[in-house]
Design a protein around this ligand. Structure first.
Ligand SMILES: [Mg+2]
Length: 422
């Protein structure tokens, strides 16, 4: 049977929430992000986008393009609470949901037709419910696969709904720039341009063999996507590979005692986001960028990872591992420019519940996990201040407690997918 996949993507999510909550921001260019020398744009409102302001752009550059923009610091916990509301709506239509980020998901509604109607009906109902319950707009793309659904959701933002029938897939994707294909970054795009490929249609004229000999395994994927073929399933369990928080400081931090509270807060945020998605992580990674300049805009970067004896979404366990990993970073007294904490090796909470039996104090772990959930509920009810206070009090510097051997791993730069928003 022909699959029906919906890609749902909230419109300018963080900025839209700020404009909803603070009416004085409505109709104005709003940029959510760090307002410092080194801040980065998390989301720009639609009023700021005509000036060329984009996600992941340095704030300084954004403010040069749009000096009248109002910069709003992110309220992460608040966005998480709204995200939960949205995912609860999605879950009432199908359990086959693959979250891509806080504000974006794939839904496989192939089997939902009997209950809820066509994919278009479902997308319309989801958009209407999101709007009535959160006063926010979403855009949806519908197609027979994830690749085409994702491109479709981006076509008529904001508040869009675009369905691509199977027989129109090639006519839809072939005129689009080849950079619309997942995984075609700057380097691949340059190579493709050198081969005379500008559009997806240009790419589709190459044989599979030619692309494989040029790009290896990736070539096969390019070939398939250029022909509109994407068999990847909507997978509710394999959604996020890593979750993390990082911060570039306005001034380099030269004292460990200034970095520790940052790691603590990041560990708390990562734990909260894991719990929000009912996930646990096996591996904790600390990313530290030193003020040591290596060349034009490049700085010494260390990543240190540790795999725990059992997966966790507990702030204290994450913080403890982060502290030990941070201690293993050499020459940090030179000044820390950026610090980040990540969890990877993610899996659904409870999947390995039996493993907890081998943890030294299982009851304590359970209690802490329950506490974590209580804190999350408090956070969504009263805002994050109360939670940070409570969690900080229960937290002790645990540097003498060794969570295990620290091992250096070459790992891919953990990507905080949430930060890239459309
Ligand atoms: Mg979005």
């Amino acid at each position: 049977m022909q699959r029906r996949i919906i890609h749902l993507d909230m419109d300018a999510f963080y900025a839209a929430i700020e404009q909803r909550d603070f009416p004085e921001l409505r109709g104005k260019p709003v940029i959510v992000g760090g307002n410092s020398q080194r801040g980065v744009v998390a989301t720009a409102s639609y009023e700021a986008r005509p000036y060329g302001v984009r996600s992941a752009m340095p704030m300084m550059q954004a403010l040069k393009l749009c000096p009248q923009a109002i910069v709003v610091p992110p309220r992460r916990d608040h966005y998480l609470a709204v995200s939960r509301q949205i995912f609860a709506i999605l879950r009432s239509f199908t359990p086959l949901i693959e979250p891509v980020s806080l504000d974006e998901a794939f839904l496989d509604v192939t089997a939902s037709k009997q209950l809820f109607g066509t994919a278009r009906d479902i997308a319309q109902r989801i958009k209407a419910r999101i709007h009535s319950e959160t006063q926010l707009t979403a855009s949806a793309g519908i197609a027979a696969n994830k690749f085409v659904a994702k491109i479709a959701s981006d076509m008529r933002k904001p508040d869009g709904l675009v369905e691509i029938p199977a027989q129109e897939i090639l006519a839809f994707i072939h005129p689009l720039p080849v950079t619309k294909i997942w995984g075609v970054g700057r380097v691949t795009a340059q190579t493709l341009h050198g081969m005379g490929v500008q559009t997806i249609g240009d790419l589709a004229r190459f044989s599979r063999d030619a692309l494989v000999s040029r790009f290896g395994v990736h070539g096969d994927q390019l070939y398939r996507l250029s022909h509109g073929i994407d068999e990847r399933a909507v997978d509710p369990n394999l959604e996020v590979k890593s979750l993390g928080e990082e911060e570039t400081f306005e001034h380099d931090l030269t004292q460990d005692r200034d970095v520790h509270p940052v790691l603590l807060h990041q560990a708390q945020t990562v734990a909260q986001r894991l719990r929000g998605r009912h996930l646990v992580g096996w591996t904790i990674t600390v990313k530290i960028k030193l003020a040591e300049r290596l060349g034009e805009g490049r700085f010494r970067l260390y990543t240190r990872s540790h795999t725990l004896p059992s997966p966790t979404n507990d702030a204290q366990a994450i913080y403890r591992a982060a502290l030990v990993l941070y201690d293993a970073v050499p020459r940090r007294q030179l000044g820390v420019r950026l610090a980040g904490v990540y969890a990877s090796g993610l899996e659904p909470e409870g999947k390995n519940a039996q493993l907890d039996l081998f943890v030294s104090a299982p009851q304590q772990t359970d209690k802490r996990r329950q506490l974590g959930h209580v804190l999350d509920q408090l956070a969504s009810r009263y805002g994050e201040g109360i939670v940070r206070l409570g969690a900080t009090r229960s937290m002790r510097p645990a540097r003498s407690q060794d969570p295990g051997s620290v091992r250096k791993e070459d790992m891919h730069d953990p990507v905080a997918r949430d930060k890239k928003e459309r």
